[in-house]
Design a protein around this ligand. Structure first.
Ligand SMILES: Nc1ncnc2c1ncn2[C@@H]1O[C@H](COP(=O)(O)OP(=O)(O)OP(=O)(O)O)[C@@H](O)[C@H]1O
Ligand SMILES: [Mg+2]
Length: 425
């Protein structure tokens, strides 16, 4: 691969900061831009706000002589950004609208898994609230999922009939998520431990990235409501070689076979959200993009040149991924009150001298104003480090937190706890 490529990353969170950070290590990189970006990204890439509609973005892509677009979040993918730019002859990495339905519609994903025998929880689909309530009565602790995209807030693990029917009312009658909640999936609650597998996919070609584990719940010990993710680590020994083999045979191959049978092409990252019980993996969900915060721990472990890997994939070549030894861990610093109400515009104090060289800070919800950094989201910063093992990485990250502060800063002190327990056994 020769020449230089000007790259545009779409998005503005910790995932995109990690993508920009990794892409900048490539000798193939020309200029790099990120839209909308955030405070941290604006220090290492050109940033601009996303114009409404793809036609407006196309103008900017031409003006800035962009050679490749990499899409971070799911919303533009579900809206067909890839279909649009492919038609315009612009190279873009991310699945088209049809393939993005694997994330864009829980109903589509579950029916797809049923049709192609991909292991997942038993489920029923409802567009009638009364019938859904009847079904709830017969179920113990079911999981209720709004069909469409709800930014990670559309899943309720109901502990009682009242909780479940309250969720149905909110989704289907109060329409708190609009059309996304018109249909719901009600599925059995699975036991086990969760793992995330990011996979580079290009047609029939696929390359697994190192398995990782997120921490969805806001409080330590995995207590409290779900969030977008409070931290992650990679690799996770929950996914050993035999589990990985089962994931490949029972999930990845049937999924790709199913997409081919449906005539749905896939080029991009497929995220497998799995529940693993006694070594048996089942699919909780698909996302059609890099996960956040998983990306912040997976990319630092990747030996490959990310830009080269993406370009090879787009040429339908295998990426041939290789991984560093040791481990990487990431802790999310959030605003007080997240995932509920939280304040924005809080000044962030980072004492650079207290942050070791090998500790990375990936910004999520931040803005730069008058030379200062301020909070602008629920998840504010990611602090990540690689180490000889998870203990080493963890020590580096939690040690560095002494150099970061903002009013109401909240983080979980137990990221990686299940891996540490497993290692003790
Ligand atoms: N069948 C299930 N059994 C047990 N827990 C479940 C089940 N389905 C979902 N969960 C829990 O709810 C979380 C969110 O569910 P899911 O991943 O389907 O939703 P999402 O809103 O698309 O999440 P994300 O923001 O990660 O994309 C899971 O990470 C898991 O903790
Ligand atoms: Mg999802």
């Amino acid at each position: 691969m020769t020449g230089r490529y000007n790259v545009l990353v779409i998005g503005g969170g910790g995932r995109e900061h990690a993508l920009v950070w990794k892409l900048r290590q490539s000798p193939l990189l020309g200029k790099i831009f990120c839209a909308p970006g955030n405070g941290g990204i604006s220090a290492i890439a050109g940033t601009f706000s996303l114009p409404p509609g793809f036609a407006g973005l196309k103008k900017i892509v031409e003006e800035k002589d962009i050679d490749l677009i990499i899409v971070g979040p799911e919303q533009p993918l579900a809206e067909g950004i890839t279909d649009y730019f492919e038609k315009e002859g612009v190279r873009i990495f991310g699945p088209g609208r049809k393939a993005a339905m694997l994330e864009g519609s829980k109903v589509f994903a579950k029916n797809f898994m049923k049709k192609y025998s991909v292991p997942t929880a038993d489920f029923e689909v409802f567009d009638d609230r009364k019938k859904a309530e009847e079904y709830l009565k017969a179920k113990k602790d079911p999981v209720i999922k709004a069909d469409g995209l709800c930014a990670g807030k559309g899943v309720i693990l109901s502990g009682s009939f009242d909780e479940g029917s309250d969720a149905l009312k909110k989704f289907m009658e109060d329409r708190i998520f609009g059309a996304a909640g018109e249909r719901v999936v009600i599925e059995d609650r699975l036991k086990g431990e969760e793992a995330s597998i990011l996979v580079f996919v290009s047609g029939e070609n696929y390359s697994f990235m190192v398995p990782s584990q997120d921490h969805k719940a806001v409080y330590e010990g995995d207590k409290g409501p779900n969030t977008g993710g409070m931290g992650a680590y990679a690799p996770t020994s929950l996914v050993n070689d035999s589990v990985m083999k089962r994931i490949e045979d029972r999930i990845m191959k049937p999924v790709l076979g199913g997409l081919a049978s449906e005539g749905i092409g896939y080029s991009g990252v497929l995220y497998l959200g799995l529940m693993v019980e006694s070594g048996d993996p089942r699919v909780l969900e698909f996302n059609v993009r890099f996960g956040d915060p998983e990306t912040e721990v997976v990319l630092p472990m990747m030996k490959n040149d990310l830009l080269e890997a993406v370009l090879s994939l787009m040429n339908e070549e295998k990426a041939g991924l290789s991984w560093k030894g040791g481990a990487c861990l990431d802790v999310v610093l959030a605003s007080e009150g997240y995932p509920g109400e939280y304040k924005k515009g809080v000044k962030i104090d980072i004492r650079q001298d207290a942050i070791p060289e090998d500790v990375m800070i990936f910004h999520a919800g931040t803005v730069i104003k008058d030379g200062g950094i301020y909070t602008s989201g629920g998840r504010v910063l990611n602090v990540a480090a690689t180490g000889d093992d998870i203990e080493d990485a963890r020590e580096k990250v939690y040690g560095a937190l002494a150099g970061i502060n903002f009013e109401g800063m909240y983080y979980r002190g137990d990221i990686g706890w299940k891996e540490l327990l497993r290692k003790k056994r």
